[in-house]
Write a protein that binds this ligand. Structure first.
Ligand SMILES: [Zn+2]
Length: 332
């Protein structure tokens, strides 16, 4: 007989298999492309150097790599990466609207959630002891996870597996709440307003980012959490934003009633139009923060390199300076 005490483990295990994907291909590519426009020259050079050659320096080309490695048929060289599935999300307590790093992410022992993954891979990218393969993997994980963590249902409720077990209707199509936020609403927007072309939608989002949200960019780039300030990777704060969005708009229908696995949903034009604003806000915030984190890490790496270079140069120059001084004294 199934022991009740084992139930949370089984639920967690099930969650691993159904809720690993965040933003679909479009969402991930959009976040990466938005970030690409904000990279400093040194960061863009670093990214090009450490991404595989075929990516041609474009982060969007590797933005779903972390999803692909979970499935042998999409990335055959990465058969053993199934363990990384729980790193794509974290579950918060039902209706709590609060993220608690210690309990929700099991911080003290495993840190096995998207919060821990972002802290781990940003630290690794800044570690010059790592080899080229490890740096490339760290960079690809950061590009993916910082996008993931801005999809509100990646901080969604535990009992419905971040919206995966809530099914409903979206303009005649049966979908679950998680995939609605990952993929379906974005696709509808691209298809209905941008001639089914993601590049046109990207241009629109870039305009929004630099125009309407231009004055927010520096705020979004700050990190008030003292633990995570070194690389400006404020993942616990970003997940708290998810938890609040979940309670304010994601799990609420347009009448203010909770959407649960029991109620299901029937998405109206009003829900779609109003929630789409938040989807776009999160895509843009994800892009701004991804660029900011990479810019910061690369700046710190180059700063240390620069200091070392100066010291090396000074040491190497000493005999030359001594020689010039001797010549000066001798010939005078
Ligand atoms: Zn993911």
């Amino acid at each position: 007989m199934l022991k009740l005490s084992k139930l949370p483990h089984l639920v967690a295990l099930f969650a691993i298999f159904v809720s690993v994907k965040a933003w679909g291909r479009d969402g991930h590519a959009l976040v990466a492309d938005l970030a690409q426009t904000l990279l400093t020259f040194e960061a863009a050079t670093f990214v090009k150097l450490h991404l595989p050659l075929e990516a041609n320096g474009n982060m969007s080309n590797v933005s779903v790599w972390a999803d692909n490695i979970l499935y042998a048929n999409t990335e055959p060289n990465y058969l053993n990466w199934r363990w990384s599935a729980p790193l794509h999300y974290v579950n918060t307590k039902d209706f709590s609207c609060v993220y608690d790093r210690q309990t929700d992410c099991d911080w003290a022992s495993t840190r096995g959630c998207v919060d821990g993954a972002i802290q781990n891979y940003t630290t690794r990218l800044g570690d010059k002891q790592l080899d080229e393969t490890q740096l490339e993997e760290a960079l690809k994980f950061i590009i993916h996870f910082i996008a993931d963590v801005h999809q509100p249902l990646h901080g969604g409720f535990a009992s419905d597996l971040g919206g995966n077990s809530i099914r409903g209707d979206f303009f005649g199509q049966t979908v679950n709440l998680h995939s609605l936020w990952d993929t379906t609403m974005i696709q509808r927007k691209i298809n209905t307003k941008f001639q089914s072309q993601r590049s046109l939608y990207l241009n629109y989002l870039i305009d929004q980012m630099n125009g309407r949200f231009g004055s927010n960019i520096s705020d979004w780039s700050q990190c008030s959490s003292t633990n995570d300030t070194r690389y400006l990777a404020c993942s616990s704060i970003w997940i708290q934003e998810d938890a609040e969005l979940c309670c304010k708009i994601v799990y609420l229908d347009e009448n203010g009633d909770w959407i649960t696995a029991a109620t299901g949903f029937n998405i109206t034009e009003e829900y779609y139009n109003t929630r789409m604003e938040s989807v776009e806000l999160r895509l843009i915030q994800g892009g701004v923060r991804l660029a900011n984190v990479i810019n910061r890490i690369v700046h710190l790496i180059n700063q240390t390199d620069g200091t070392n270079d100066t010291q090396t140069l000074s040491a190497a120059s000493l005999p030359l300076i001594a020689f010039i001084l001797i010549c000066f004294v001798f010939f005078n």
